[in-house]
Design a protein. Sequence first.
Lengths: 179, 438, 420
Amino acid sequence: MNIAQALDPVVTLKTYFPDVIQEVIEFRDEVTIVIDSEQIVRVMQFLRDTTGLIYNFLSDISAVDYYPDYGHRPGRFAVAYHLYSLLYNRRLRIKAYVQEESPSLPTIIQIWPAANWLEREIMDMMGIIFEGHPDPRRLLMPDDWNGHPHRRDYPLGYETIQFSFNVEEIMKHKVKGQK
Amino acid sequence: MESRSTPNQFLRLGITLVILAVIGGGLIALLNGITGQACLNNLSSCLTNNGWNPGIAGFVPILLGVLGVATFPLLVTILLIWVERKFAARIQDRIGPNRVGPFGLIQPLADVLKLLTKEDITPTGADKPIYNLAPPFMVASVLLIWAVVPFTPYHYGVDLEIGAIYFVAVASIATLAVIMGGWASNNKYALLGAFRTVALLVSYEIPLAMALLVPVLLAGSMSMVGIVEAQGAMWFMFMAPIATLLFFISSQAEVGRAPFDLIEAESELIAGFNIEYSGMKFAMFFAGEFMHVFTNGVLMAILFTGGWWGPFAYEAPLLGFFYLMIKSSFWYFISLWVRNSLPRFRVDQVMNLNWKILVPISILNLIMMALMLRIALGFEQSAGIVVTDFFSALPRTGFLLIGNVVVLVVVWLWLGRQGRQQRQLEEMNRFSVTATGD
Amino acid sequence: MANMAMTTAAQNEWQGDLSELKGLVSERALTGETMMLNMGPHHPSTHGVLRLLLELDGEEIVSCIPDVGYLHTGIEKNIEAKTYEKGVTLTDRMDYLAPMSNNMVFCMAIEKLTDLDVPERAQVIRTICLELTRLNSHLVWLGTHAIDMGAMSVFLYCFREREMILDMFEMLSGQRMMGSYIRPGGVWRDLPQEFLPALETFLNYFPAKIDDYERLLTNNPVWIDRTQGIGVIEPDVALAYGITGPSLRASGVNWDIRKTSPYLTYGHYSFDVPLGEHGDVYDRYIVRVREMRESVSIIRQALKHLTQASGGFRSNNRKFVPPPRSELGQSMEAVIHHFKLWTEGFSAPDAEVYMAIESPRGEIGCYLHGTGGNKPRRVHFKTPSLIHISALSMITKNHFIADVVAIIGSVDIVLGDCDR
């Protein structure tokens, strides 16, 4: 079988989508391309289908919350797509920033069905809405849950362990909480 | 806590006493049953002589006999649960029950006690009368079979002329019990289990009955007692191995034991039809199943391996009973062995096995046996052989055995060819799917 | 969803609203023509707390909606509140059948983020542990898969052998399952003396036991009937749905991260990657059983390698790895390092890395984003079980209930891995 020459994803993307790339980061041999969140579907389709790139496997979608001081970044949230090319055996990270005011991104489920639950998890945990997702229910948390636990401003709650010496104190708070 | 546990302990003590009384009574009744009809007759005449009303005096031994016959399988079940658990444990490289009593022998009794004290739950929306009737039906269907079981040459509940038909009729009550339980539980899993059961049991009745007809043919009698009597010269297993195999397989399916345990397939339907039952009602289903498996062993012994026949069985009836139990246990152990080593069939595969393989073979086998028996009888008549002992039965046995082996080989080859063809077809399908997938 | 398929105690009538299922089930379910069956979360063969909402036409599956989250424990959120080293203990609890793989991927991500080098000996020890974990996980898989299909004895045989592996883990870390043995920079401690003889005994004993399992199952007609042609995943579909690991290889796609991008010392060893042809339940079974044999061979090679491997069992970089206790009495610097590491922990740059390794179930990935401080900003685990469960509705379509059980068993899911 003839395998086409591997292309550099950054150079190729810059050629075909000159205004989409916002930033290119290289850290510990990992290439991250920050792109415009509006263009995500087109870019993904291009990366998957272009000869010489063929990033045909979606490894992971993760979301980051840069909460307290995200001033120097273009948005509060970022969604990182980890792609893998079985043909050329290399990985690529595509990153898109999402604004706090309108946390939404287009879904890429039509390109990779694997994105289905990964996007649902982010919807659930980060509160980032994926427009066009066919099944936008919460994945892990109960349906009637308030808030999005993985946001940095969501407190890491805990329950005081109940002993005989503090049981009254705890019960008092519990009753208060129920009211 | 102290004050609460006292009445509970009294309750437990009471229940223990009741159970001990039942067991004791059962044992006495059993002894009466074993010491023989002659003694029972003596008892009634003895009572009449002592001034009892002859009607009542005649009824007392019958009552005792019924009690004995009905209690014996229940008692055996308690032991069987232990045997099954120990045997399965040994197959699976475990120890099995070993805490309660010596070698864990009392474990089943402890389980019974536990089940007795458990809460009896009736689900909301259950059809109560039917829901409550199902477990007794299950146990009754098995107990009724024992009525026609000849324990020794002299001891049996009743010698029915139509014992074989009676067996088929009574055994299908279990099917009824299962669908009653499954339907009335108001649970989807139970319903699915009941569906499967009806499909499975109704279809496996056919090869079962067909296989049952073969010993009837050979013995020339439908009575269980007659069938056993006819095996004095030669066990039917050697004359009709195919029927033996068919009966064994379909009786396994009839009980719903692995590999046919998809009625209660615990990994699919959790518990199947008895999912909503708890406490003693569940125990009745459970005991019913165990008893049924052993009863099948007993039937295998009666129909194909000579029942109570053995050295000195006529002289010492208890020995005959012993032989019967040994033979039944043999079949029971084979069933356990199969259960612990095979995976479970799927529901459509079970149906395939039955309708495409077992039913045709059983019909073919019945016709062949009838024809060949006719020929053998004709030959014996012309040669002047009267079948009385082992050697005089050899010609007939040899003839029938050869016929059976020929049929077996033909079926084996045919099935092998079918299997290969199907496998090739499947392979082709699978490859074509992969090809279009690319 | 919450009140689906439940009957209220009072009226024996289902009170839910079917319209919320629109689009997820077929039209026939809305009219009541097909039966909705709630399978799980308390069901013996959903391997944990998976809940499947099945739409049944008789016994045939029309649609299957998996519902997860019953085992969600907020591990990722908790790691964000802990120093890097403390986070390792939490990762054990994700995929509780292969805890070492989780340790490994998290530690590798940390090591990549902080640019920490690990000595060769530590890498070899890690390789041995990972392969033992693979055996451990595959044994549980085989046992539960077999008992799902009704073969009870295989289940107990598998757990008998697994017990030996757990005993070895206990020697290593003092814990049978949640050992947290693999730490950033190496492993927690050197191999104890009794470990290598125990491992040798196990390696001599185990291959014959795999033969035993195969004798019970591989050529068993009932097993073949139940598994061949069931739950077929075609290779391109498998890739699109993100299926990885043995399930992907059973479809004939040759992708094993141990081979394509060798981590640890896998590059030094020669081993085969078993491939299937049809992508059905049977092939997934065959692939995993062969993988067990390969794992044994890898461990044997690693044992040979261990005698020549240089370096200690963990890195000597005192900024990341605490000094051994023996140094604490002699060196002031060691005391300072010890104190700093166990109170504040080490810091990692404000950057992101993604590491993926081959866990027994497939590609487990760890996305780690540092803050520049001692705690991560975000940890996200890409877990194979989550992806495999999301593909269940596609695989189970038009199969029987009994096949659903077989399929769930064959894709090998762990709900702790899925829900985290």
